[in-house]
Each structure stands twice: as C-alpha cells, then as structure tokens.
Design a protein around this ligand. Structure first.
Ligand SMILES: [Zn+2]
Length: 407
C-alpha cells in the first residue's frame, strides 16, 4: 500500500491533471489514473503541485536581528553584525534560526542552504548552532551549512584557518565568504579552493556585491574553478557588479561563468534594499544580469538572502513572495516567464546546490507543495496559499481551511 496518493494534481509542464503516488518518501508513480490505495489521500482538485521550494542562499545566523537604526550600506550591515554577534550565545542563534526554519517550512521550503559567519570574536558559536538546527530539522527542512568569513578580515590568518578547519571537522557542508570585500581577494579565493579540495566540499561565494562596475572576483573565481577542476561545484551569489559593467565585459564574463559550470544565485529582494544607498536620482539596484546569464545557458536561481536583519529588514522566508519580487524586478511577467521564475526557486535552485532525485517524477524524493492556484503565473500573482507541504512523503504542513483536501 502507498503512503500517500495525491489525486488530480496539475503539474507545471504537463496538460491536464495527474495522480501522484508516494511510498517510503519517494514518488513511485506520477501519471494519469494511478491505481492502488494509500494510507492517506489528498484531492488536489486541479491545483498546482510543484516540487518544494529550495532556498539556496540565506543567513540564519543574522536573521531576525534587524536594528532600530538601519544600516546605510553593505559594509555598515556587516559591521553591525560583527559588533552585536560578540554578545550572542549559541542559544540565541538556535532560537532565531528555528523561527526562520518554521516560517520557511510553512511557506513550502524543505531545503535551505545557510551561510554562517566564522570570525575570531564569534568563533564557531553560530556554526555549532546551525549544525544543531540541521539535526533538529532533519526530515522537515534539510539544511546545508556553509562556513563563511565575515568579509572584514583582510586575509585568512592562521587563527581563522584553524576555525575553518574546525568547522569542517564539525561537519559543515561547504565553504564560502565574501572575498570581494577584502583587498586580498585572490588570497581568500585561493585559500577556500585549497581547503574545499582538501575536505572535498562545495564552494559558494558572495561575489562582487558592489555598486561599482566590477567583475574582478567573478572573473577570478571562474578561472580558478576551471583551473582546479571544480566545474559544477561552485556557486556565485549576488554578482551585482556584473549588472554595472559594459556589455562587452559582461558577455566575456558570462561566457567564462558558463564554461566554469558555475550556478548564479540572484538575491533581488536583499540587493534592491541594500545597494545604491548613496545614489541620488537613478538608484542602482544591484540585481545581476539574469536574462543574459540564462540566455548563455548558465543555471540561475533566486533566493531570499537576509531575513529581517541589518542587511534587509523585510522577509518572511517565503520563496513565493521572493518569486514575485524577482519577477517584478526582472520584468518577467508573461505566463512563460513566470513559470521560469518558479523554476528558478525550485529546479534551478536544486541544481545549483547539487540536489539529486528532485522534481515531480517517479523515482524522485517526495518533497512537494500543493498551491491553491492552477498555474505558476496565478500562484505568483495571487501569492497562492500553500495548501499543503509534503516533506519526505509525509504531509508536514497543512495551511488549508478546507477539510476535504486531505481524505
Ligand atoms: Zn548572502
């Protein structure tokens, strides 16, 4: 007997409706008129069933710490966290992280990658908290923990190196950082590549998060990725400077990114708030060249980045809300474009962070969201209710008020 049978669900890329049968956490059949009984039945009644959202770039350690006085720039926000995190203990990180993970799950996110700051004053308190949450939320929200430098350290000094190695021994999934904030950017990038190779982990950098027309770190990271054979294992987040360089430089850099197999994650909601803060009149918005990157065949995802902290006071860990912001700022408004946006927060994000067996297809993991909409466009525009969130084949969250959905 199957564990769960979802009847009459509409999928993104297929006409009509299908039935989806789930057993032991996996989709065992998806198609027209799937037979057999199940312990639990969901009547989708023509609603849209999508793979659960993947929030591929967040900062759980910073979330829910928005100060009374807002930060005036990225640098000020980094300093704000550096200052205040000195007094935060492990439980503080755990409590806030837990609240965000519960928000995310309610909104249909079942996989999240969080960057966690490591520096000398903070030590590994935030990393330990994130690893505790990873264990606590196993089977609800799969958490990938990436250790990052705060960006304020000019170089990876021996005490910092010791902290990164200890973070890896504790079990972080990957390494990152914001090398563009350092004057010795290349030294940081080289160090992270060496360490990632040594421990066989993935890399995810904050890249050129600047108003200036600069692709210095993106160019260097792309070259380094190819040189070290890390193709397909590196993510570049933000890439704001790419939006500001001229067309010739942009297309040369995008070609290198494509060749390096780097996935790009755009963080529109955060960068819209954070970038160009000193501009008057025409304010630069810091959102990377998504259209051009996609046209060149680069895998591009969007994610939420900062949730109610000094970097951005907004955010609900709600990838459908992020989809609406992304669609508006990227001027993607047709049904086809809105479907692309939903895919950026699901399939593309899953590919960026290396998830396997993802998607609404037999053989894949049953991480699903049933939306109270009949199409991606309707879901984004109407900010559809997540009727139920299915994690590992089990109904993890029910937001519906209609009792006839789950039979
Ligand atoms: Zn970030």
């Amino acid at each position: 007997m199957n564990d769960l049978l979802i009847r009459r669900a509409r999928l993104m890329d297929e006409p009509g409706t299908v039935d989806v049968a789930i057993k032991d956490g996996y989709i065992v059949a998806a198609g027209g008129g799937v037979a057999g009984s199940a312990r639990q039945m969901v009547d989708a009644a023509g609603r849209l069933l999508i793979p659960a959202f993947v929030d591929a770039h967040t900062h759980l350690d910073k979330a829910l710490t928005a100060p009374q006085e807002g930060a005036g720039s990225l640098a000020e926000a980094v300093e704000d966290f550096q200052r205040r995190s000195r007094n935060m203990d492990k439980n503080d990180f755990i409590d806030r992280g837990r609240r965000v993970l519960l928000m995310a799950l309610r909104h249909g996110t079942t996989v999240m990658r969080t960057h966690i700051t490591v520096n000398e004053s903070l030590g590994l308190r935030a990393v330990e908290a994130a690893l505790t949450l990873k264990e606590e939320f196993a089977g609800k929200v799969d958490l990938q923990v990436f250790a990052m430098g705060s960006g304020l350290e000019p170089a990876p000094t021996p005490p910092l190196q010791e902290l990164f190695e200890e973070a890896l021994r504790l079990g972080v999934d990957g390494l990152g950082g914001a090398p563009h904030l350092s004057e010795r950017m290349q030294e940081w990038v080289d160090y992270i590549f060496d360490l990632a190779a040594r421990y066989n982990v993935l890399i995810d950098f904050h890249v050129d998060e600047t108003d200036a027309p600069s692709v210095a770190s993106l160019e260097y990271i792309a070259a380094k990725t190819i040189q070290t054979g890390f193709q397909g294992r590196v993510v570049a987040g933000h890439c704001c400077g790419l939006a500001a360089v001229d067309e010739e430089k942009a297309s040369r850099t995008i070609a290198a990114v494509k060749e390096a197999g780097i996935s790009v994650i755009t963080l529109p909601s955060c960068n819209l708030y954070l970038m160009g803060r000193r501009d008057k009149g025409l304010v630069r918005r810091g959102v990377t060249r998504v259209r051009e990157l996609q046209a060149a065949g680069v895998n591009v995802a969007y994610a939420s980045d900062n949730i109610r902290d000094a970097f951005r006071p907004f955010g609900n860990a709600n990838m459908l809300e992020e989809a609406l912001i992304t669609a508006q700022v990227l001027q993607m408004g047709t049904p086809l474009e809105l479907k692309n946006v939903i895919k950026m927060g699901t399939y593309n994000a899953a590919a960026a962070i290396g998830l396997k067996a993802y998607g609404v297809k037999a053989g894949n993991r049953a991480d699903l969201v049933l939306l109270d909409a009949t199409s991606p466009a309707e879901a984004i525009i109407g900010q559809a209710e997540k009727v139920c969130v299915i994690k590992g084949g089990r109904v993890a969250v029910r937001n519906d008020k209609k009792s006839d959905i789950i039979i």
